[in-house]
Design a protein around this ligand. Structure first.
Ligand code: SAH
Length: 368
């Protein structure tokens, strides 16, 4: 991993974190991650230009329009399988630049009645990105207006009723706690200050892990937990009306041991402690534990399925071929972008898809 870059100056958040650690003691990793992303003055999510080729990181909908289009068609098929309810709450968690939703709505326009049936609800923590989403989705003639869009604070603020939830690279942004195995006991991994006032990782108080599935851990091993996953699944389970949710993210299918906290800035990995607030901080999603949590919350889960297989079964090759035929001068770029989404060395294997649904519904395509 390249060493961290701080542009030669301390990030504005660093002074604030120093004061906080001096006052309250070392910060557990999830509190550190939360401060870096969501600090009201200097947090990373204040920045609108985080996502895209000119930002810090790129996501599937920003790579190819085919991604959002396939998800839009998937939503329409799921809506039909629910017997075409109106209104349908179409909810996106962490919609980024609004690109996925824009492409999804454009593709689903071809399904009679779908756009008329939906109300769109974008759950977005970043005010800057909300503005971008507003411009992309309401500022142009495509998709057709009037489209009903709201920006609820949380999933709980979305009106009840039948719902489809989309979350691409959302869970990875939710803070993780880390525990380190130290002398036979799990201890919280924390961020503290060294003698010079620089941030460093350290071992904090004992933490109850309630058993770690998989390999037998050894001294120094790190495991991660994401408490807000369970809260989110509980909120989904508590909704009134059938719900189908699609989580697309990166991480292992099975529970894994290891530190996956990563910071990315201008498309390069940086040290997660080097520039708090200036880099995107994420950690892997562990899909088997997520599916187990869904079951525990009273929901059913399908998958995980590799992104390559998911997109393949939804017809990415055919859709890309049509797009290339309609835009021969861009055919090479379209092909390269689609390859990036599905190739094992790109996003095809690291990224996985898990569907979560109300128990009495059948598995959605392409799981069923
Ligand atoms: N889905 C988009 C963006 C992924 S980046 C895409 O694929 O391009 C993560 C997104 O989640 C950003 O929009 C970020 O602002 C949002 N986000 C992160 N934490 C959040 C939270 N707790 N509540 C709502 N949105 C959140």
């Amino acid at each position: 991993m390249p060493s961290g870059e701080t542009d030669g100056a301390d990030s504005p958040l660093l002074a604030k974190l120093r004061a906080r650690i001096r006052r309250d003691g070392p910060l557990p990793v999830d509190r550190y991650m939360e401060a870096c992303l969501a600090d009201p003055e200097h947090g990373y999510w204040l920045k609108a230009a985080s996502i895209g080729a000119d930002g810090d990181f790129i996501t599937a909908p920003e790579i190819s329009q085919v991604f959002g289009e396939l998800i839009g068609l998937w939503c329409a098929v799921v809506w039909q399988s629910l017997a075409c309810p109106a209104p349908l709450r179409l909810i996106e968690l962490g919609p980024g630049r609004g690109t996925l939703m824009r492409d999804a709505l454009r593709a689903a326009r071809g399904v009679p009645g779908f756009l008329e049936a939906i109300s769109v609800h974008l759950v977005e923590v970043s005010w800057a990105l909300r503005e971008v989403q507003r411009g992309v989705l309401l500022g142009s003639p495509s998709p057709p207006n009037p489209l009903s869009i709201t920006w609820p604070e949380t999933l709980k603020d979305v009106p009840e009723g039948p719902a489809i939830i989309i979350a691409n690279e959302f869970l990875d942004a939710l803070p993780v706690r880390q525990a380190v195995l130290h002398d036979g006991a799990w201890r919280e991994r924390v961020v503290e200050l060294d003698a010079e006032g620089a941030l460093r990782f350290a071992i904090g108080p004992a933490v109850d892990m309630g058993g770690v599935p998989g390999a037998v851990p050894k001294q120094g091993d790190i495991v991660e937990m994401r408490p807000s996953e369970g809260e989110l699944l509980a909120q989904i389970a508590q909704r009134v009306g059938p719900v189908v949710a699609l989580f697309i993210d990166y991480g292992p299918a099975e529970a894994a041991i290891g530190d996956t906290l990563q910071a990315v800035r201008r498309h390069r990995y940086v040290d997660p402690l080097s520039a708090p607030g200036a880099a995107d901080l994420t950690a892997h999603v562990q899909f088997a534990p997520l599916a187990r949590e869904a079951h525990a919350a009273g929901l059913a889960a399908d998958g995980p399925m590799l992104q390559a297989e998911f997109l393949g079964r939804l017809g990415i090759a055919e859709r890309a071929a049509r797009l290339m035929a309609a835009n021969p001068q861009r055919a090479g770029d379209i092909e390269a972008a689609v390859q990036r989404l599905i190739s094992p060395t790109g996003m095809g294997q690291l990224f996985k898809v898990l569907a979560v649904r109300t128990r009495d519904l059948p598995p959605p395509p392409p799981f069923g």
